[in-house]
Design a binder for this molecule. Structure first.
Ligand SMILES: [Zn+2]
Length: 296
């Protein structure tokens, strides 16, 4: 089979209540109920994906797996990929090393217990990383991360040991085997859609979101062959009325292009890494690895 021109990963973060509890530290039952709606919306999302025969990736915190074990086990049974997404949507940089290990292990234990899955991929809650996260992901056997933004539509290899300060030149660390499948806030449904008083305006018209996401797809299709267009959606956000219609229109647009495949991030990762081993990628991307960086 010819290489796909563009991979479309229509990924979902099934955060349910965890993002309001972990990231927003809420004590407000109304706010928590916004997360509960994710369990209502998930079957709608799955029905839409089934209509387009799409298998994709779901990033699921351990907290969500324990709250909705049947829904999470069903995702795996349907052939979707489960991705590690923390324990309760916490920021890994808020912990010391022992604490960061603990939330990694609790997320792994929950996905194993509920769905019998050992995830290959990691997506940090709210895309926060600590300076030690890359090393820990390698140690725990993860093969790819999907939390960084060093490219738009092409994967790259993550480094360990970067150092920076306002007084020195940027120090590039060692390029590791961990592959980044890059994300972008501009391809996430939370910032344009979710209203959070005092924090996020949200409530953007689906037609305006459609223009942004469609334009990025058109650019990727034309200019980044062999890459991946990764949308980060949330059942509780995109599963509401008009936003679900927006997703349906976009899927029609994407599917109308020759050479587009819909697949989980893990499937794309396997193909991309086989075609771009680390040494070959480093040789072709010297400026991105820092080998030519100089001291002031
Ligand atoms: Zn999340």
């Amino acid at each position: 089979m010819a290489e796909p021109r563009l991979s479309c990963c229509i990924t979902f973060d099934f955060d349910a209540m965890s993002s309001w509890i972990g990231s927003l530290k809420s004590r407000n039952p109304s706010m928590i109920s916004r997360g509960q709606f994710g369990a209502v919306a998930l079957p709608r999302i799955l029905a839409l994906l089934d209509r387009y025969s799409i298998r994709t990736s779901f990033a699921v915190p351990g907290h969500t797996a324990y709250a909705y074990p049947r829904l999470v086990a069903d995702l795996a049974a349907r052939g979707h990929e489960l991705v590690h997404h923390g324990w309760v949507h916490e920021n890994p940089a808020a912990f010391d090393e022992a604490g960061e290990r603990r939330v990694l292990e609790e997320g792994l234990t929950a996905l194993e217990r509920v769905a019998g899955v050992r995830p290959r991929g990691y997506r940090s809650p709210a895309w926060d990383l600590s300076e030690r996260t890359v090393d820990l992901l390698l140690e725990y056997g993860f093969e790819y991360d999907s939390s960084c933004m060093g490219h738009d539509f092409l994967p790259y290899y993550l480094r360990s040991g970067d150092r920076w300060s306002v007084d020195t030149a940027y120090h590039f660390g060692t390029t590791t085997e961990l592959v980044e499948l890059p994300v972008a806030w501009s391809l996430d449904d939370f910032p344009p859609s979710e209203f959070v008083l005092g924090m996020n305006t949200g409530l953007m018209a689906p037609s305006a979101i459609e223009e942004n996401w469609r334009g990025d797809f058109d650019y990727a299709y034309r200019h980044c062959p062999g890459g991946a267009y990764i949308l980060t959606l949330h059942p509780q956000t995109t599963g509401r009325g008009n936003r679900l219609l927006l997703l349906e229109r976009l899927l029609d647009h994407f599917a109308a292009h020759d050479g587009v495949v819909f697949e989980p991030m893990g499937d794309f990762f396997t193909r991309w890494k086989a075609a771009h081993p680390r040494a070959a990628w480093m040789a072709a991307n010297e400026d991105l690895t820092g080998v030519h960086a100089i001291e002031p």
